[in-house]
Design a protein around this ligand. Sequence first.
Ligand code: PEP
Ligand code: MG
Length: 880
Amino acid sequence: QKHVYSFGGKTADGNGKQKELLGGKGANLAEMCLIGIPVPPGFTITTEVCAAYYEAGKKIPEAAVPEIDAAVTKMEAVFGGKKFGDPADPLLVSVRSGAALSMPGMMNTILNLGLTDTSVEGLAKKTGNPRFAYDSFRRLIDMFGSTAMGCEHEDFEHEIHKLKEEKKVKLDTDLSADDLKELVKRYKAVYKKHVGEDFPNDPRKQLMLSINAVFNSWHGHKAVEYRRIERITGLKGTAVNVQAMVFGNMGESSGTGVAFTRDPNTGENVFYGDYLINAQGEDVVAGIRTPEPIAKLEEQMPKVYAQLVEIRQTLEKHFKDMQDIEFTVQDGVLYMLQTRNGKRTGTAAVKIAVDMVKEKLIDEATAVKRVNPDSLNHLLQPQLDPKSKIKPVAQGIAASPGGASGKIVLSAEAAVEHAAKHPGDPIMLVRKETSPEDVAGMHLARGILTSTGGKASHAAVVARGWGKPCVVGCEAVKIDEKAGVVVISGQTLKAGDFITINGTTGDVMIGKVETIAPSMTGDFSTLMTWADKSRKLKIRTNADSPADALKAREFGAEGIGLCRTEHMFFGEDRISAVREMILSTTEEGRKKALAKIEPYQKADFVGIFEAMDGFPVTIRLLDPPLHEFLPQKDNKAGAEAVAKQIGVTVEKIFERVEELHEMNPMMGFRGCRLPLVFPEIGDMQVRAIIEAAIEVKKKGKSVLPEIMIPLVGIVEELIILKKRAIAVAEEAMAKHGVKVEYQIGTMIELPRAALTADKIAEEAEFFSFGTNDLTQMTFGFSRDDIKGFMPTYLAHKILPVDPFQSIDVNGVGQLIEIGIQKGRKSRTEHHKQHLKVGICGEHGGDPDSVHFCHKVGMDYVSCSPFRVPIARLAAAQAAL
Ligand code: PEP
Ligand code: MG
């Protein structure tokens, strides 16, 4: 068994496919060497060694030790014969962790290993830069001490602060070589105090202890928490990467940078990133100095830039995906330190996938598989109306796409306050920068505008994660929080004034620009067409207005899976008739009120059938308990208004409210129980549906109404209601002399319905799983009352996910499978018919649940209009 894999000098023992064994970083370093990219030599100790280390009670296996020594010798040879820790001209190494999946920040890297009391002198002489040598040494003592030996980083920090005070300087960089030499002394004292022995002047000992430290970090608190949160399981451990150090801080011909092979925000095929001359990696990330855009490197180091551009192409051709790279230039020589698939916004993901197909790097199926369905949210953000005449007054960095207008708030607290007072009022958070304390306010804002910060600043990262428009680093924006004003290019705005940002271009506009709903065009639409080629599931939408239905069709919906008629009952023009119906105690009275509602219902259905133009439309009969339509018990003013409107006394209303009161309304007088007790309600709805269908058919359009009966748990319920519905439909068709095709089916949203699906399928022409209620009734969790305990359930891993968001495959999922299997079998046996099965609970728009629905053989999923594209993509991925 091999424990250690060397890389460097255009060869490598391992390769990019061995991520499980070598970790992501180690595998890609090996792969880069194999394709001839300059990488400082080194070696990877495998994840298996990590596992063995723990099995042996935290001991590096004997057999691995000579392999490590041999790999050090090999690294020395490849790196021009420099010796690790050589007193006169030391080769220094870095030690880094690297598991199969990236776990950012899991453990600190240890740099500059190999420096000792003597070799630091050698390094100073060899580089002619004693300041650099002693600075590297004191960093090593700090990193090695705190990472490998349990010292406190703060204790080292304390020493550097003290020294700066003594020397009366502000910045670390103001300390001289002699100061740093003194600091090394003091750091060593801190080290000795904590560890109880001297800092090891033996490079090999430093190395072995550092390897132990990386392995130990695998079970460190941070790493364990990270894996828990990200639900990472089944990994052997971390690999350890030991690599020759190269220095970007050796003068003006050195530097370091981070870059993406394409723009991770827009996906544009341009080289994107930052670099700093005479600096080390941390300097770019820490934001102490402002880095230069990568394109400028062409002027400063034309040769290096040309080489970098070539590497960019090589890497993309090879990995066939956008890469996130780190590089260092030492004395004019370029080295690549890392490459990995780059993180990107949804917009960029779509563009990159489509472009790469055009460039023949990948095929259509790969493109479809590559885009995370949830990331499409980013493309579904509102856009600024391109016809707007308002001109930009300033430009910042486009940090997160989409357009937003809102009233200026200057702090996160002000945002929270404003939102509490005026819920839904659009606000724009305008700040110098943001920090983690600001997230509540950031979340409430339509968009975020900052005057400082770059593409990786807090505001940018957080906004991108939420798919919220954001512009950062807009220096023309001067904020005076105390005075409550913002000055932009000479114009003064107060808190509360409207401002607009375009997170796609970085533009800032004064005033309000209308936003328009996103549409599906260009690359987005191309990707969707590819997705449609592979998916088996049909995608429908939950919609109860023609406007929603049209929006959903634009997004590719192939029908309506759930039209909740109760939403229509709340329409201003009919709510009083609905209340009149509920308040009357006789059938006569109810029928009179229902007659008033019927024309409205019919008109609603006509609108929806026309919008869906021949696609099937599932209309569900009234579902909620009737008290929902009346004013609440303590709402006297509401009751008075209703009383006046329909000419009854307030007492009468409260009497009825009292009568309808239920301890547990979700399990009460609702669903199919309503038309069973008050058949006239169901009659009116069925007649409205059929008459609407007749009217649309008469106009020469095709219609496919599906009448859906909710909350059935006993087949007898369905038998009675279906018989009655057929009678009403037949009567309406006879009256008009027109026949329309229609179906009668049911929701499966009670466990009993799923368990007796064979019986129910004898009557139902289709099933639609109402997984909101099915989840509620299966768990016994009221869907409206989970906030008290669900966070605890998730934190304690009692449940892996909120079952109202993603289908509980093990429990609710079984009921679904039983329901489908029994239902389909029975329908075939009794009617020689395929039973059409879909889902219309919120889960229909959740990618994981869509995978489940595909797996269990549903015919369609139905979700809200804006999730239709997400469901289309998820359905395709499930099929691929
Ligand atoms: C369901 O229960 O899943 C469903 C779609 O119906 P509603 O959410 O209206 O109860
Ligand atoms: Mg329901």
